[in-house]
Design a protein around this ligand. Structure first.
Ligand SMILES: Nc1ncnc2c1ncn2[C@@H]1O[C@H](COP(=O)(O)OP(=O)(O)OP(=O)(O)O)[C@@H](O)[C@H]1O
Length: 154
């Protein structure tokens, strides 16, 4: 179980695509309190016949929409190779994944605040083994990003 501050919520869903293969989509929604203690909690398990849209609308969309209201949100997929992380996060032109649907919803949600100004920034990084790479840099210029640590905050 988990301990979370009152204005934060976390949600972990497990998607089963292939038998014996699991990946976990973790959604984390907080008021920015870095001390949140999150241990594993499963709120939902999606079966193989449930679509990415069902998964997105069921659990990711509320978090995406609330980021426009000022909450922090994280969605990440974790699982063994070929378990369906890319399929779920990126999708295809016929079945868009979590990322394109989230981008669409961010722009739609902004329209609900015509008097506010928003700044949207995007970064796109790969973490492979211990190496972090910026995928928005031309491939011939790419070099691993430095991972910096601070004594107090890690
Ligand atoms: N829900 C799904 N429905 C249909 N096909 C799927 C589904 N999930 C994954 N696949 C297919 O399974 C294959 C492996 O999926 P995917 O590439 O998303 O795995 P991955 O977890 O990102 O793997 P890796 O860690 O090796 O990058 C792909 O061909 C993908 O199209």
């Amino acid at each position: 179980m988990m301990e979370i501050p009152p204005r934060a919520s976390a949600l972990v869903c497990i998607q089963t695509y292939r038998k014996n293969q699991r990946f976990i989509l973790v959604l984390f929604h907080s008021n920015g309190n870095a001390n949140t203690n999150l241990s594993l909690l499963t709120d939902r398990v999606f079966a193989a016949d449930e679509t990415t849209s069902q998964l997105y609308n069921g659990i990711a969309k509320p978090l995406v929409v609330s980021t426009v209201e000022g909450y922090n949100g994280t969605i990440f997929a974790y699982g063994q190779t070929s378990s369906g992380k890319t399929f779920t996060m990126m999708g295809t032109s016929r079945t868009p994944g979590v990322i394109p649907q989230a981008v669409e919803d961010v722009f739609q949600s902004i329209k609900n605040f015509p008097k506010k100004e928003f700044l949207l920034r995007v970064s796109y990084m790969e973490i492979y083994n211990e190496t972090v790479t910026d995928l928005l840099v031309d491939s011939w210029k790419r070099k691993p990003l430095e991972v910096r640590e601070q004594i107090n905050v890690g």
